[in-house]
Design a protein. Structure first.
Ligand SMILES: O=C(O)CCC(=O)C(=O)O
Length: 270
């Protein structure tokens, strides 16, 4: 199988967890009606992106209600589902975790955000995930009929070695639930997705929350799909919506053949 219909769900996330879950279910249903085979939710989609909320909204995986609901939705609609991310409770620790389901509703991957978002930009964004979260320690890929897919969460995309690793491990497509902000989003969001796509000659997908100017963390939005040539195939604005795009994964081989940097790498000298 080479063509894959993807849906990125740009949700307006609220402080009401049940409302967030209902909204996710509605968006997944809409994506399924549009023929989506792989659906992606944004980072922290059941919870405000606020370190003071993570403990209260956290759930164990796989026994928590969000994971249960997502498994049922994947099975009901018969699609692969990348469940954005949620605050995961594991023993005493909290993680920013993305869970992936197959069309039978089974969990086939779990990525714990490896690089925690600890930044302090003068007159801009300040955020310290590490005050409450612990980092994951592994790169993540999952198998599908379209081949291996890599999985990262938001800030992870800034570390080129991680995308290079999943690409070397066979991913031709990398999915990134994310939530950039109004300090870094306008300049860095598209640039980072296009850079990782171009460097590795892979497809890159970014699913963001919609922008809510009233929330404590104002997300940039602009969920997007970038092809291995580094082109933005499609992108939303800041409002809620679904980005439905069909991609042809043979484009990875076409680009790598036309511009063979992938096989011209000199790993012996770097
Ligand atoms: O890297 C950025 O600018 C944003 C990262 C972020 O918001 C996150 O990791 O959740």
């Amino acid at each position: 199988m080479t063509t894959l219909k993807i849906a990125l769900c740009q949700m307006l996330i609220t402080a009401d967890k049940q409302a967030n879950l209902k909204q996710a279910a509605g968006k997944i249903q809409e994506a399924a009606s549009g023929g989506a085979q792989l659906v992606v939710l944004p980072e922290m989609f059941n919870c405000p992106y606020d370190i003071h909320c993570f403990q209260d909204y956290a759930e164990e995986i796989p026994s928590g209600e969000t994971t249960n609901l997502l498994g049922k939705l994947a099975r009901t609609h018969g699609l692969f589902l990348v469940g954005g991310s949620i605050p995961e409770l594991s023993g005493e620790l909290l993680y920013n975790t993305s869970v992936v389901f197959n069309p039978q509703g089974e969990i086939i991957a779990r990525h714990r955000k490896v690089h925690l978002f600890d930044v302090r930009v003068k007159n801009g964004i300040e955020f310290t995930e590490s005050l409450v979260l612990s980092p994951g320690n592994t790169a993540t890929l999952f198998d599908t009929p379209w081949g291996k897919i890599g999985l990262e969460i938001c800030y992870d995309i800034r570390f080129p070695e991680l995308t290079r690793k999943v690409a070397k491990d066979g991913a031709r497509l990398v999915v990134v639930p994310a939530a950039f902000n109004l300090t870094t989003g306008p300049l860095h969001w598209e640039l980072l997705f296009r850079s990782r796509a171009l460097d590795n000659q892979v497809f890159m997908l970014g699913a963001s929350p919609a922008r809510d100017p009233q929330s404590s963390y104002v997300a940039y939005g602009h969920s997007l799909v970038v092809n291995p040539w580094g082109q933005v195939l499609s992108q939303l604005d800041e409002k809620p919506g679904i980005l439905l795009v069909e991609i042809d994964l043979t484009q990875v081989e076409e680009v790598r053949e036309a511009l063979p940097v992938w096989k011209q790498r000199r790993e012996d000298i770097y």
